[in-house]
Design a protein around this ligand. Structure first.
Ligand code: B12
Length: 382
Protein backbone atom coordinates (compact mmCIF):
# COMPACT_ATOMS: atom_id res chain seq x y z
CA UNK A 1 0.00 0.00 0.00
CA UNK A 2 2.82 2.38 0.86
CA UNK A 3 4.52 1.75 -2.48
CA UNK A 4 1.26 2.42 -4.33
CA UNK A 5 0.79 5.74 -2.46
CA UNK A 6 4.33 6.82 -3.40
CA UNK A 7 3.83 5.69 -6.99
CA UNK A 8 0.71 7.84 -7.32
CA UNK A 9 2.58 10.80 -5.84
CA UNK A 10 5.21 10.47 -8.56
CA UNK A 11 2.49 9.91 -11.11
CA UNK A 12 0.81 13.27 -10.40
CA UNK A 13 4.16 14.97 -10.88
CA UNK A 14 6.14 15.06 -7.63
CA UNK A 15 9.84 14.20 -7.95
CA UNK A 16 10.24 13.06 -4.38
CA UNK A 17 7.83 11.28 -2.08
CA UNK A 18 8.28 9.63 1.28
CA UNK A 19 6.48 8.85 4.49
CA UNK A 20 7.21 10.46 7.87
CA UNK A 21 5.64 9.59 11.21
CA UNK A 22 2.72 11.88 12.08
CA UNK A 23 4.11 13.42 15.24
CA UNK A 24 6.17 16.35 16.48
CA UNK A 25 8.99 17.24 14.06
CA UNK A 26 12.49 16.16 15.18
CA UNK A 27 13.59 19.82 15.09
CA UNK A 28 10.73 21.16 17.26
CA UNK A 29 13.11 22.32 20.00
CA UNK A 30 15.34 24.10 17.46
CA UNK A 31 12.31 25.85 16.02
CA UNK A 32 11.19 27.06 19.47
CA UNK A 33 14.67 28.28 20.36
CA UNK A 34 14.80 30.11 17.01
CA UNK A 35 11.49 31.84 17.72
CA UNK A 36 12.51 32.69 21.28
CA UNK A 37 15.63 34.42 19.92
CA UNK A 38 13.38 36.51 17.64
CA UNK A 39 15.08 35.14 14.51
CA UNK A 40 11.77 35.18 12.63
CA UNK A 41 11.74 39.01 12.63
CA UNK A 42 8.29 40.30 11.70
CA UNK A 43 6.93 36.97 10.38
CA UNK A 44 4.28 36.85 13.10
CA UNK A 45 2.50 33.95 11.47
CA UNK A 46 5.36 31.67 12.57
CA UNK A 47 4.87 32.64 16.21
CA UNK A 48 1.10 32.28 15.86
CA UNK A 49 1.59 28.79 14.41
CA UNK A 50 4.11 27.72 17.05
CA UNK A 51 1.82 25.35 19.01
CA UNK A 52 0.61 23.61 15.85
CA UNK A 53 4.12 23.34 14.40
CA UNK A 54 5.63 21.69 17.47
CA UNK A 55 2.71 19.27 17.92
CA UNK A 56 0.88 18.82 14.62
CA UNK A 57 -1.31 15.86 15.73
CA UNK A 58 -2.81 18.04 18.47
CA UNK A 59 -3.75 20.62 15.84
CA UNK A 60 -4.91 18.12 13.21
CA UNK A 61 -6.17 14.99 14.96
CA UNK A 62 -7.08 11.99 12.85
CA UNK A 63 -3.80 11.82 10.97
CA UNK A 64 -1.75 8.61 11.10
CA UNK A 65 1.20 9.35 8.81
CA UNK A 66 2.57 12.18 6.73
CA UNK A 67 3.20 12.03 3.00
CA UNK A 68 6.20 14.32 2.35
CA UNK A 69 6.69 15.56 -1.21
CA UNK A 70 9.36 17.38 -3.20
CA UNK A 71 9.29 19.18 -6.54
CA UNK A 72 12.46 20.28 -8.37
CA UNK A 73 12.63 23.77 -9.85
CA UNK A 74 14.75 26.05 -12.04
CA UNK A 75 18.51 26.00 -11.96
CA UNK A 76 19.57 28.71 -14.37
CA UNK A 77 20.26 32.12 -12.84
CA UNK A 78 17.57 34.70 -13.47
CA UNK A 79 18.94 38.08 -14.45
CA UNK A 80 16.78 41.03 -15.42
CA UNK A 81 17.77 42.90 -18.57
CA UNK A 82 20.10 45.71 -17.53
CA UNK A 83 20.92 44.06 -14.19
CA UNK A 84 19.16 42.90 -11.07
CA UNK A 85 18.48 39.36 -9.94
CA UNK A 86 15.44 37.35 -8.92
CA UNK A 87 15.69 34.13 -6.87
CA UNK A 88 15.22 31.14 -9.14
CA UNK A 89 12.26 29.80 -7.21
CA UNK A 90 10.31 32.95 -8.00
CA UNK A 91 10.71 32.93 -11.76
CA UNK A 92 7.66 31.56 -13.45
CA UNK A 93 4.35 30.44 -12.05
CA UNK A 94 3.97 30.62 -8.29
CA UNK A 95 4.90 27.26 -6.83
CA UNK A 96 2.13 27.53 -4.24
CA UNK A 97 -0.38 27.32 -7.10
CA UNK A 98 1.53 24.68 -9.08
CA UNK A 99 1.91 22.48 -6.01
CA UNK A 100 -1.60 23.22 -4.71
CA UNK A 101 -3.08 21.80 -7.92
CA UNK A 102 -0.90 18.70 -7.69
CA UNK A 103 -1.91 18.18 -4.05
CA UNK A 104 -5.60 18.29 -5.04
CA UNK A 105 -5.00 15.79 -7.81
CA UNK A 106 -3.08 13.52 -5.47
CA UNK A 107 -5.83 13.71 -2.88
CA UNK A 108 -8.46 12.72 -5.46
CA UNK A 109 -6.39 9.79 -6.73
CA UNK A 110 -5.75 8.42 -3.23
CA UNK A 111 -9.44 8.66 -2.44
CA UNK A 112 -10.52 7.15 -5.73
CA UNK A 113 -8.30 4.10 -5.18
CA UNK A 114 -9.55 3.77 -1.61
CA UNK A 115 -6.01 4.09 -0.24
CA UNK A 116 -6.61 6.99 2.14
CA UNK A 117 -8.86 9.94 2.89
CA UNK A 118 -6.18 12.63 3.08
CA UNK A 119 -6.45 15.37 5.67
CA UNK A 120 -4.90 18.84 5.26
CA UNK A 121 -2.23 19.60 2.69
CA UNK A 122 0.66 21.99 3.37
CA UNK A 123 3.00 24.10 1.31
CA UNK A 124 5.25 26.84 2.67
CA UNK A 125 3.59 29.48 4.85
CA UNK A 126 1.79 26.98 7.06
CA UNK A 127 2.45 25.95 10.68
CA UNK A 128 4.38 22.80 9.80
CA UNK A 129 8.17 22.53 10.00
CA UNK A 130 8.44 21.19 6.48
CA UNK A 131 12.18 20.57 6.24
CA UNK A 132 12.22 18.67 9.50
CA UNK A 133 9.35 16.34 8.51
CA UNK A 134 10.76 15.90 5.01
CA UNK A 135 14.14 14.92 6.48
CA UNK A 136 12.34 12.39 8.70
CA UNK A 137 10.77 10.94 5.54
CA UNK A 138 14.22 10.59 3.96
CA UNK A 139 13.65 13.28 1.32
CA UNK A 140 17.03 14.85 2.00
CA UNK A 141 19.34 15.98 4.76
CA UNK A 142 19.63 19.27 6.67
CA UNK A 143 22.50 21.50 5.61
CA UNK A 144 24.52 24.24 7.23
CA UNK A 145 22.46 26.79 5.28
CA UNK A 146 19.36 25.12 6.83
CA UNK A 147 18.22 24.10 3.33
CA UNK A 148 17.25 20.48 2.84
CA UNK A 149 19.63 18.91 0.34
CA UNK A 150 18.98 16.01 -1.99
CA UNK A 151 21.75 14.15 -3.84
CA UNK A 152 20.11 14.81 -7.24
CA UNK A 153 18.40 18.18 -6.76
CA UNK A 154 20.77 19.78 -4.26
CA UNK A 155 18.77 22.58 -2.58
CA UNK A 156 16.73 23.30 -5.74
CA UNK A 157 13.40 21.78 -4.79
CA UNK A 158 10.19 22.73 -3.00
CA UNK A 159 8.46 20.84 -0.24
CA UNK A 160 4.81 19.98 0.38
CA UNK A 161 2.94 17.50 2.59
CA UNK A 162 -0.34 15.67 2.89
CA UNK A 163 -1.66 14.18 6.13
CA UNK A 164 -2.87 10.59 5.68
CA UNK A 165 -5.40 8.76 7.83
CA UNK A 166 -3.60 5.44 7.40
CA UNK A 167 -0.55 4.02 9.15
CA UNK A 168 2.30 3.71 6.69
CA UNK A 169 5.85 2.67 7.49
CA UNK A 170 8.22 5.72 7.38
CA UNK A 171 10.76 5.83 4.56
CA UNK A 172 13.44 7.43 6.72
CA UNK A 173 16.31 5.75 4.91
CA UNK A 174 15.14 6.57 1.38
CA UNK A 175 17.94 9.05 0.66
CA UNK A 176 21.52 7.96 0.96
CA UNK A 177 22.42 10.20 3.86
CA UNK A 178 24.74 12.89 2.61
CA UNK A 179 26.27 15.58 4.73
CA UNK A 180 27.98 18.95 4.49
CA UNK A 181 31.15 17.42 5.90
CA UNK A 182 33.68 20.14 6.51
CA UNK A 183 32.29 22.40 3.76
CA UNK A 184 31.36 25.91 4.90
CA UNK A 185 30.81 27.45 1.45
CA UNK A 186 27.33 28.82 2.30
CA UNK A 187 28.40 30.29 5.62
CA UNK A 188 31.42 31.94 3.99
CA UNK A 189 29.50 33.25 0.96
CA UNK A 190 26.41 34.69 2.65
CA UNK A 191 26.78 38.43 1.95
CA UNK A 192 25.10 39.45 5.21
CA UNK A 193 26.47 36.72 7.51
CA UNK A 194 22.90 35.55 8.09
CA UNK A 195 23.95 31.95 8.81
CA UNK A 196 24.93 32.43 12.43
CA UNK A 197 26.04 28.84 12.95
CA UNK A 198 25.45 25.60 11.05
CA UNK A 199 21.69 25.27 10.44
CA UNK A 200 20.72 28.58 12.06
CA UNK A 201 19.64 31.45 9.82
CA UNK A 202 18.66 34.79 11.29
CA UNK A 203 15.87 36.04 9.04
CA UNK A 204 16.52 39.64 10.05
CA UNK A 205 19.89 39.42 8.29
CA UNK A 206 18.77 37.26 5.35
CA UNK A 207 18.40 38.98 1.96
CA UNK A 208 15.48 36.71 1.15
CA UNK A 209 13.59 38.03 4.18
CA UNK A 210 14.58 41.65 3.49
CA UNK A 211 13.26 41.56 -0.08
CA UNK A 212 10.21 39.28 0.30
CA UNK A 213 8.81 39.27 3.81
CA UNK A 214 9.97 42.51 5.39
CA UNK A 215 7.66 45.47 4.79
CA UNK A 216 9.69 48.38 6.12
CA UNK A 217 13.07 49.99 5.62
CA UNK A 218 15.86 47.45 5.23
CA UNK A 219 18.58 47.98 7.89
CA UNK A 220 21.61 49.76 6.40
CA UNK A 221 23.97 46.90 7.25
CA UNK A 222 21.83 44.49 5.21
CA UNK A 223 21.07 47.01 2.45
CA UNK A 224 24.74 47.58 1.80
CA UNK A 225 25.25 43.89 1.07
CA UNK A 226 22.09 43.28 -1.01
CA UNK A 227 23.96 43.56 -4.28
CA UNK A 228 21.76 42.90 -7.29
CA UNK A 229 19.04 40.92 -5.48
CA UNK A 230 15.63 42.44 -6.17
CA UNK A 231 13.58 39.49 -4.91
CA UNK A 232 14.87 36.62 -2.77
CA UNK A 233 18.48 35.44 -2.81
CA UNK A 234 20.16 32.24 -3.97
CA UNK A 235 23.72 32.77 -2.77
CA UNK A 236 23.73 29.98 -0.14
CA UNK A 237 22.28 27.56 -2.69
CA UNK A 238 24.50 28.67 -5.59
CA UNK A 239 27.71 27.93 -3.76
CA UNK A 240 26.50 24.55 -2.47
CA UNK A 241 28.42 21.74 -4.19
CA UNK A 242 25.43 19.42 -3.81
CA UNK A 243 23.38 21.50 -6.22
CA UNK A 244 25.93 21.94 -8.97
CA UNK A 245 24.68 19.06 -11.11
CA UNK A 246 20.97 19.42 -10.46
CA UNK A 247 18.69 19.35 -13.52
CA UNK A 248 17.05 22.56 -14.72
CA UNK A 249 13.29 22.20 -14.44
CA UNK A 250 12.30 25.77 -15.22
CA UNK A 251 9.84 24.90 -17.96
CA UNK A 252 7.57 23.27 -15.39
CA UNK A 253 6.79 26.64 -13.96
CA UNK A 254 6.07 28.13 -17.37
CA UNK A 255 9.05 30.41 -16.85
CA UNK A 256 7.91 33.88 -17.70
CA UNK A 257 9.86 35.13 -20.70
CA UNK A 258 10.42 38.50 -19.07
CA UNK A 259 12.35 36.75 -16.32
CA UNK A 260 14.30 34.67 -18.79
CA UNK A 261 18.02 34.40 -18.56
CA UNK A 262 18.63 35.41 -22.17
CA UNK A 263 20.39 38.73 -22.40
CA UNK A 264 18.13 41.44 -23.76
CA UNK A 265 14.88 39.59 -23.09
CA UNK A 266 12.07 42.12 -23.16
CA UNK A 267 10.07 42.99 -20.10
CA UNK A 268 10.74 43.52 -16.44
CA UNK A 269 13.63 45.73 -15.36
CA UNK A 270 14.71 47.30 -12.10
CA UNK A 271 13.44 50.70 -13.20
CA UNK A 272 10.17 48.95 -14.11
CA UNK A 273 9.95 47.59 -10.55
CA UNK A 274 10.78 51.01 -9.11
CA UNK A 275 8.08 52.66 -11.22
CA UNK A 276 5.37 50.98 -9.09
CA UNK A 277 6.27 53.49 -6.38
CA UNK A 278 5.39 56.52 -8.51
CA UNK A 279 2.28 55.35 -10.34
CA UNK A 280 -1.03 57.15 -9.73
CA UNK A 281 -2.70 55.85 -6.56
CA UNK A 282 -6.00 55.20 -8.23
CA UNK A 283 -6.20 51.60 -9.40
CA UNK A 284 -2.53 51.01 -8.61
CA UNK A 285 -3.06 47.99 -6.32
CA UNK A 286 -5.34 46.35 -8.86
CA UNK A 287 -2.93 46.99 -11.73
CA UNK A 288 -0.06 45.59 -9.68
CA UNK A 289 -2.07 42.48 -8.78
CA UNK A 290 -2.88 42.00 -12.45
CA UNK A 291 0.71 42.54 -13.64
CA UNK A 292 2.06 39.96 -11.18
CA UNK A 293 -0.89 37.59 -11.22
CA UNK A 294 0.27 34.02 -10.57
CA UNK A 295 3.80 35.18 -9.67
CA UNK A 296 5.49 35.10 -6.24
CA UNK A 297 6.65 38.68 -6.92
CA UNK A 298 3.20 39.86 -5.88
CA UNK A 299 4.00 39.22 -2.21
CA UNK A 300 5.79 42.47 -1.21
CA UNK A 301 3.11 44.62 -2.90
CA UNK A 302 3.79 47.62 -5.18
CA UNK A 303 5.76 49.63 -2.61
CA UNK A 304 7.85 46.64 -1.50
CA UNK A 305 8.71 45.87 -5.10
CA UNK A 306 9.51 49.55 -5.76
CA UNK A 307 11.77 49.61 -2.67
CA UNK A 308 13.57 46.49 -3.93
CA UNK A 309 13.97 47.94 -7.43
CA UNK A 310 15.44 51.14 -5.95
CA UNK A 311 17.92 49.32 -3.71
CA UNK A 312 19.12 46.91 -6.41
CA UNK A 313 19.59 49.76 -8.90
CA UNK A 314 22.66 50.86 -6.99
CA UNK A 315 24.35 47.63 -8.15
CA UNK A 316 23.02 47.36 -11.68
CA UNK A 317 25.92 48.18 -13.99
CA UNK A 318 23.95 48.57 -17.20
CA UNK A 319 20.95 50.31 -15.74
CA UNK A 320 22.04 52.81 -13.15
CA UNK A 321 18.61 54.36 -13.11
CA UNK A 322 19.68 57.84 -11.98
CA UNK A 323 16.66 59.60 -13.47
CA UNK A 324 14.17 56.99 -12.27
CA UNK A 325 15.62 57.23 -8.77
CA UNK A 326 15.43 61.04 -8.78
CA UNK A 327 11.84 60.84 -9.90
CA UNK A 328 11.01 58.38 -7.07
CA UNK A 329 12.80 60.62 -4.57
CA UNK A 330 10.62 63.49 -5.69
CA UNK A 331 7.26 61.87 -6.20
CA UNK A 332 6.92 58.37 -4.66
CA UNK A 333 3.90 58.35 -2.35
CA UNK A 334 5.48 56.10 0.29
CA UNK A 335 8.34 57.29 2.54
CA UNK A 336 9.73 53.75 2.25
CA UNK A 337 10.30 54.19 -1.48
CA UNK A 338 11.64 57.74 -1.20
CA UNK A 339 14.15 56.57 1.42
CA UNK A 340 15.24 53.60 -0.70
CA UNK A 341 15.71 55.87 -3.73
CA UNK A 342 17.76 58.28 -1.60
CA UNK A 343 20.00 55.47 -0.41
CA UNK A 344 20.61 54.18 -3.92
CA UNK A 345 21.40 57.68 -5.21
CA UNK A 346 23.74 58.35 -2.28
CA UNK A 347 25.50 55.10 -2.93
CA UNK A 348 25.84 55.21 -6.71
CA UNK A 349 25.57 58.88 -7.76
CA UNK A 350 26.83 61.05 -4.93
CA UNK A 351 29.57 62.53 -7.10
CA UNK A 352 26.94 63.98 -9.37
CA UNK A 353 26.32 67.58 -8.18
CA UNK A 354 22.70 67.54 -9.29
CA UNK A 355 22.07 64.41 -7.27
CA UNK A 356 23.77 65.81 -4.19
CA UNK A 357 21.57 68.94 -4.33
CA UNK A 358 18.43 66.86 -4.88
CA UNK A 359 19.28 64.68 -1.87
CA UNK A 360 19.93 67.66 0.40
CA UNK A 361 16.59 69.15 -0.67
CA UNK A 362 14.78 65.85 -0.17
CA UNK A 363 16.08 65.45 3.39
CA UNK A 364 14.94 68.98 4.25
CA UNK A 365 11.41 68.52 3.01
CA UNK A 366 10.85 64.85 3.95
CA UNK A 367 7.72 64.85 6.17
CA UNK A 368 8.23 61.33 7.55
CA UNK A 369 10.65 61.40 10.49
CA UNK A 370 11.96 57.85 10.04
CA UNK A 371 12.51 58.33 6.30
CA UNK A 372 14.27 61.67 6.89
CA UNK A 373 16.58 60.07 9.46
CA UNK A 374 17.22 57.19 7.07
CA UNK A 375 18.14 59.63 4.30
CA UNK A 376 20.59 61.43 6.57
CA UNK A 377 22.24 58.11 7.41
CA UNK A 378 22.42 57.29 3.69
CA UNK A 379 24.18 60.57 3.00
CA UNK A 380 26.64 60.00 5.83
CA UNK A 381 27.39 56.43 4.77
CA UNK A 382 27.23 57.19 1.05
C1 B12 B 1 10.17 31.25 7.38
C2 B12 B 1 10.80 30.69 6.12
C3 B12 B 1 11.85 31.40 5.56
C4 B12 B 1 12.55 32.54 6.29
C5 B12 B 1 13.50 31.93 7.35
C6 B12 B 1 14.41 30.81 6.79
C7 B12 B 1 15.01 29.88 7.80
N1 B12 B 1 16.18 29.36 7.49
O1 B12 B 1 14.41 29.61 8.85
C8 B12 B 1 13.24 33.29 5.11
C9 B12 B 1 12.32 34.38 4.58
C10 B12 B 1 14.59 33.92 5.46
C11 B12 B 1 13.33 32.16 4.09
C12 B12 B 1 14.26 32.12 3.07
C13 B12 B 1 14.36 31.09 2.15
N2 B12 B 1 13.47 30.09 1.97
CO1 B12 B 1 12.02 29.69 3.20
N3 B12 B 1 10.69 29.07 4.39
C14 B12 B 1 10.31 29.50 5.53
C15 B12 B 1 9.25 28.56 6.12
C16 B12 B 1 7.86 29.19 5.90
C17 B12 B 1 9.44 28.23 7.61
C18 B12 B 1 10.89 27.89 7.99
C19 B12 B 1 11.09 27.80 9.48
O2 B12 B 1 10.21 27.38 10.20
N4 B12 B 1 12.28 28.20 9.95
C20 B12 B 1 12.70 28.02 11.32
C21 B12 B 1 13.87 27.04 11.36
C22 B12 B 1 14.27 26.72 12.80
O3 B12 B 1 13.40 25.86 10.76
P1 B12 B 1 14.05 25.20 9.44
O4 B12 B 1 15.07 26.07 8.89
O5 B12 B 1 12.98 24.70 8.55
O6 B12 B 1 14.66 23.91 10.19
C23 B12 B 1 15.87 23.34 9.82
C24 B12 B 1 17.04 23.99 10.46
O7 B12 B 1 16.65 24.37 11.75
C25 B12 B 1 18.06 22.86 10.47
N5 B12 B 1 18.98 22.94 11.59
C26 B12 B 1 18.81 23.51 12.78
N6 B12 B 1 19.89 23.37 13.54
C27 B12 B 1 20.77 22.71 12.82
C28 B12 B 1 22.04 22.30 13.13
C29 B12 B 1 22.78 21.61 12.17
C30 B12 B 1 24.13 21.18 12.53
C31 B12 B 1 22.21 21.36 10.88
C32 B12 B 1 23.01 20.69 9.81
C33 B12 B 1 20.91 21.78 10.59
C34 B12 B 1 20.20 22.42 11.56
O8 B12 B 1 17.31 21.67 10.56
C35 B12 B 1 15.94 21.94 10.41
C36 B12 B 1 15.28 20.88 9.57
O9 B12 B 1 15.87 20.74 8.32
C37 B12 B 1 9.47 27.27 5.25
C38 B12 B 1 8.21 26.45 4.99
C39 B12 B 1 7.80 25.68 6.24
N7 B12 B 1 6.54 25.80 6.59
O10 B12 B 1 8.62 24.98 6.82
C40 B12 B 1 10.07 27.84 3.93
C41 B12 B 1 11.13 27.02 3.23
C42 B12 B 1 12.08 26.51 4.28
N8 B12 B 1 11.82 28.01 2.41
C43 B12 B 1 12.26 27.56 1.28
C44 B12 B 1 13.06 28.29 0.36
C45 B12 B 1 13.15 27.74 -1.05
C46 B12 B 1 13.71 29.46 0.77
C47 B12 B 1 14.82 30.23 0.01
C48 B12 B 1 15.80 29.33 -0.72
C49 B12 B 1 14.12 31.24 -0.96
C50 B12 B 1 15.06 32.17 -1.71
N9 B12 B 1 15.76 31.70 -2.73
O11 B12 B 1 15.11 33.35 -1.45
C51 B12 B 1 15.50 31.00 1.18
C52 B12 B 1 16.62 30.19 1.83
C53 B12 B 1 17.22 30.83 3.05
C54 B12 B 1 17.82 29.80 4.01
N10 B12 B 1 19.11 29.50 3.86
O12 B12 B 1 17.10 29.28 4.88
C55 B12 B 1 11.88 26.09 1.09
C56 B12 B 1 13.14 25.21 1.31
C57 B12 B 1 13.26 24.02 0.39
C58 B12 B 1 14.50 23.22 0.72
N11 B12 B 1 14.91 22.40 -0.25
O13 B12 B 1 15.08 23.33 1.77
C59 B12 B 1 10.73 25.92 2.17
C60 B12 B 1 10.64 24.54 2.79
C61 B12 B 1 9.40 26.27 1.45
C62 B12 B 1 8.87 25.14 0.56
N12 B12 B 1 7.68 24.63 0.83
O14 B12 B 1 9.51 24.69 -0.36
N13 B12 B 1 12.41 31.17 4.34
Amino acid sequence: MRERVLEIAHDVGFDLAGIAPWGPPPDAARFEAWLDEGRHGSMGYLERGRAAAVDPPAAWPGGRSLLALGLGHSRDPIELPGGGRIARYAAGRDYHNVIGKRLSKLRRRLEAEGLARPGPGFVDATPLLERSHAAAAGLGFASKAANLLHPRFGPWFFLAELVLDVDLEPTSDAVSHGSCGTCTACIDACPTDAILEPGVVDSRLCISYATIEHRGLVPHEVREELGPWAFGCDVCSEVCPWGSKAPDLAERFGLRPEFGSEAGAPGETLTGLLSWGTRPAEGREARFAEAFRGSPLRRPGPDGIARNGALALSSAPAERGRDALLSALESAAEPLVRAAAAWSLARAHLNDDGVRAALDGAVRKEPDTAAAQDMRTSLERG
